[in-house]
Design a protein around this ligand. Structure first.
Ligand SMILES: [Zn+2]
Length: 344
């Protein structure tokens, strides 16, 4: 089959388009999907670059997000037919540990992600557990569907479950243009919050307003934490979503109101920020980590996506043959929303 593979770790240039990759065979509980679209996540860039603790057999196929048609069914699969149009929850869990039993899939000690730990979706075919699939509405196109799962499930768990946002709260989403941010802005807005967001690009801030941001801050013109402080009447915001990491963490902490919550799904600029503990205890702050989501959260947020209440933002579509260009483009961070690969 056709696939974009990583034969060795490195920059976007290592990605190679091949036509002779062996097709996956479904396990008893799995289905093989005929992939129509895959979306690119920051996770893919990290895996391509090489994660020291992650031992993969190369060449590896990246890709967590997929939309496609059911092509082949494992022997134990029921309730699905070849040709069914579906998206997949990219989270893979054991299903029987204490965390899985409690419905907390992403806490499973064996939690893995499609395309990170197992062959992913930058290919004509991919094998996925049948229980991870959801049917997509007839009026939803492949690229929109493939743009949704990872970023919407991540943003939903971060804001709704971990930060427990409530109507009327002030929520600051850093970096308006990322896939998670474009999901988070819409979720916070839908929850009745006042949504603040930041960017160094006026064009991105304009787009952020169109999808629901109430207050936009261009940090080229003014320090964003200072702006937040002024705009909230020196109160601070209730919640900050910071996926940037080292470069912004200190200012994120300073931007919180008393009792505020900082939620962290990643650390793009580095994992070891400084934390002034005096802010933490005196303002009684909470710092909450989060990764991916459980099955219930995935289904809750996808239902709203399918209803059109939340809309995946697709910035640009590349053919699978140009996965290299798609990665180089995402690394420049000029996008607003998701970069998608269309699969022939
Ligand atoms: Zn488990």
């Amino acid at each position: 089959m056709k696939a974009a593979v990583v034969p060795r770790y490195g920059g976007p240039e290592v990605l190679e388009f091949v036509e002779d990759q062996p097709e996956p065979v479904p396990g008893p509980d799995e289905v093989v999907l005929h992939v129509h679209a895959a979306s690119v996540n920051h996770l893919d860039l990290a895996v391509r670059q090489g994660i020291p603790t992650l031992k993969l057999s190369l060449p590896h196929i990246l890709g967590a997000d997929v939309s496609g048609e059911v092509a082949r069914l494992g022997s134990d699969v029921t309730g699905l037919e070849p040709g069914d149009r579906v998206v997949a929850n990219p989270g893979l869990s054991c299903g029987h540990c204490e965390f899985c039993a409690a419905g907390e899939d992403s806490l499973c000690p064996e939690y893995r992600i499609l395309g990170e730990h197992v062959p992913g979706t930058y290919a004509e075919y991919v094998a996925v557990p049948a229980r991870n699939l959801l049917p997509i509405p007839v009026d939803m196109d492949w690229k929109t569907a493939a743009a949704a799962p990872l970023v919407f499930m991540t943003a939903w768990r971060l804001l709704v479950t971990r930060a427990a946002i409530r109507p009327g709260e002030d929520v600051l989403i850093l970096g308006a243009g990322s896939g998670v941010s474009t999901a988070a802005i819409q979720i916070a807005k839908l929850a009745g919050c006042t949504v603040y967001t930041t960017s160094s690009s006026e064009a991105k801030l304009k787009r952020a307003k169109e999808i629901g941001a109430d207050v936009v801050i261009n940090y080229r013109e003014i320090s964003w934490s200072k702006a937040v402080w002024e705009l909230t009447g020196k109160r601070g915001v209730d919640v900050v979503l910071d996926h940037v990491g080292e470069a912004t963490f200190k200012d994120s902490v300073r931007s919180l109101c008393k009792g505020g919550r900082l939620v962290v799904p990643g650390a793009t600029t580095g994992p070891l920020p400084q934390l002034d503990l005096r802010y933490l205890f005196w303002r009684q702050l909470s710092i909450l980590g989060s990764t991916m989501a459980n099955r219930r959260e995935f289904e809750e947020v996808m239902k709203l996506v399918f209803m059109g209440r939340l809309k995946p933002v697709v910035d640009r579509v590349f053919p699978l043959q140009e996965a290299r260009e798609a990665h180089a483009y995402l690394e420049k961070a000029e996008q607003f929303g998701k970069v998608v690969l269309s699969v022939p």
